[in-house]
Ligand binder design. Structure first.
Ligand code: UDP
Length: 231
């Protein structure tokens, strides 16, 4: 079996590290690292809505913000929001909404901020995995956790967790996915590139299998915090 640029097997994700409670002043927070990609998430709320006319008497409103720091990539990124980060904020929100019980918090706002401090592809997936852990850490009522990883088609093979080098290969297809394992629900599926029906099925199944592995790592990190009395 031929291997990938960094020597991984086709179904092998990069090394993952996850931790909750990394921002003491936030209601919930998490760090999620996959290879060289690092996301830090902070959740604030449920809190008062500003401006007040935005509040919903039926449920909480959830706002998601994604930011990639200038220094996170080899070629300095212009600071501040751009089209890409606004889109990823929306993508994150859509991936997380199916699991969050917003109806339990009427007239409030839940804010989710994710910062990418180092990027080597797969940042939106790392952002979703980190945000999901931070929401759980904040004690927000949830039906499930969301676990996320990209799958794709590189050099004629279906692979999981593309790094930047693989994303840059000519003809690569990149498919960020998010999955809630207990609900058995795919909450995000994007597709950049072309792929056959048969390989698409294979990629989705590899994505679901890999998200289940991410889920176990997320759960372990949450349990670790609470078995150490919050420290
Ligand atoms: N990237 C970059 N500069 C930018 C945007 C992206 O160097 O302004 C890199 C970064 O490594 C990122 C990768 O390109 O992870 C892929 O970006 P994409 O928009 O596909 O999203 P991602 O895979 O990070 O979710």
């Amino acid at each position: 079996m031929s291997e990938r640029p960094d020597g991984r097997k086709f179904d092998e994700m990069r090394d993952i590290e996850a931790k909750v409670g990394v921002i003491k002043k936030a209601n919930g927070s998490a760090m999620f690292r996959i290879g060289k990609t690092i996301a830090i998430a902070g959740v604030y709320g449920p809190k008062e809505v500003h401006p007040k006319h935005m509040e919903d008497p039926e449920k909480a409103i959830m706002k998601c913000y994604y930011n990639m720091y200038s220094f996170s990539v080899p070629e300095r990124k212009r600071p501040g929001p751009d089209r890409r980060s606004i889109e990823i904020g929306m993508v994150m929100k859509n991936a997380l909404l199916p699991v969050v019980n917003l109806k339990e918090y009427p007239r409030t706002a839940i804010e989710v901020f994710v910062n990418i401090i180092q990027a080597d592809a797969g940042t939106r997936c790392a952002a979703i995995s980190a945000a999901s852990m931070a929401l759980a850490d904040a004690g927000i009522s949830m039906k499930d956790m969301v676990s996320s990883v990209a799958v794709g088609h590189v050099n004629n093979e279906v692979v999981v967790d593309l790094n930047k080098e693989e994303e840059d290969v000519e003809g690569t297809t990149d498919m960020p996915m998010a999955y809630a394992p207990r609900m058995n629900k795919i909450t995000l599926l994007q597709l950049d590139g072309k792929i056959s029906k048969e390989k698409l099925k294979k990629a989705i199944s590899l994505g679901m299998k890999s998200c289940k592995k991410v889920y176990e790592i997320q759960k372990k990190a949450l349990k670790e915090k609470y078995s150490n009395n919050g420290e």
